[in-house]
Design a protein around this ligand. Structure first.
Ligand SMILES: [Zn+2]
Length: 286
């Protein structure tokens, strides 16, 4: 998955939003920014801002991203949020308290996907829940997606590709609320949101997210290698989902996930098969 954002208009727009840019360069970075390779990573508050904007954008497009209503689906939501809380409360998630960690279900049975924006806005498709066989498998995939946000992979990828323009995009959305300000920024956030769903991470980031998935699940009741179940299942047929990068290979990922669980001496075994089947049945009623 990778960003394919067109920043042509943003470059021209940069001069108009110099205030947030200057704030980021001088204030935010010196307080909390950190150097990553040849570029600077902004404060984690920027991840949250970006996640909020992207989630608003996604949820303003119900035809593309039909959010499953909370009303009538309370049990399914409580289940998936409960599962997510167990991961977040494992004591290993670095930004547990920095991000809001909002969970929404997208009603789309054909898409085997889940993703997490920068700043912890998590989306899981009904297609993924229905495809998997057990709670630890779903927990493994959720933990992998949580890791992409927690390790700030999305932000790193964007900063690497687009540099400070990313921060301009985030800042310009706030600026566009000014009725006198041009509205080009909204389009850019829209492109950003659309492309976030198809974001491709590097091989190193995928491996780190897999390893983190095991690390996050290890202190919980779950089989810590739950994410491997997904790759094992997909390896037995079917077309790969968008979020499953083709590199490293699924076989290597399965082996790596299992070996991580062994190295960490994880003891959880919970799969909660009956409960999982109940939630799948509930989602099938929609
Ligand atoms: Zn990933």
């Amino acid at each position: 998955m990778r960003f394919k954002i067109k920043f042509a208009s943003i470059t021209a727009f940069a001069a108009l939003v110099s205030a947030p840019l200057a704030h980021w360069q001088c204030s935010t970075l010196s307080k909390a920014g950190s150097a990553v390779g040849n570029f600077l990573l902004p404060a984690v508050t920027e991840d949250v801002k970006m996640g909020q904007q992207v989630s608003q954008e996604l949820e303003s497009k119900p035809a593309e991203y039909p959010i499953l209503p909370e009303a009538g689906n309370e049990e399914a939501y409580a289940y998936i949020r409960g599962l997510t809380s167990k991961i977040l409360n494992s004591g290993v998630v670095e930004h547990r308290k920095d991000f809001p960690w909002v969970v929404k279900i997208i009603k789309n049975d054909k898409t085997l996907n889940a993703f997490c924006t920068p700043g912890g806005f998590i989306y899981v498709y009904t297609g993924l829940v229905k495809y998997l066989d057990s709670e630890d498998q779903l927990a493994g995939v959720m933990a992998h997606e949580i890791a992409h946000a927690d390790k700030r992979h999305s932000m790193r990828q964007m900063m690497k590709s687009y540099g400070v323009q990313v921060l301009v995009a985030i800042g310009s959305q706030a600026a566009s609320k000014d009725p006198n300000a041009p509205n080009q920024a909204a389009m850019t956030i829209g492109q950003l949101a659309t492309n976030l769903v198809g974001l491709k991470f590097s091989r190193d980031h995928e491996t780190e997210a897999d390893n983190s998935s095991v690390a996050y699940l290890c202190p919980t009741e779950y089989n810590a290698a739950g994410a491997a179940g997904f790759f094992e299942k997909i390896g037995n047929g079917g077309s790969p989902p968008e979020f499953m990068s083709t590199h490293p290979s699924p076989t290597n990922r399965v082996q790596n996930i299992h070996s991580q669980a062994n190295i960490k001496k994880c003891t959880g075994t919970a799969k909660n098969l009956d409960k999982y089947q109940r939630i799948k049945a509930l989602l099938s009623k929609n």
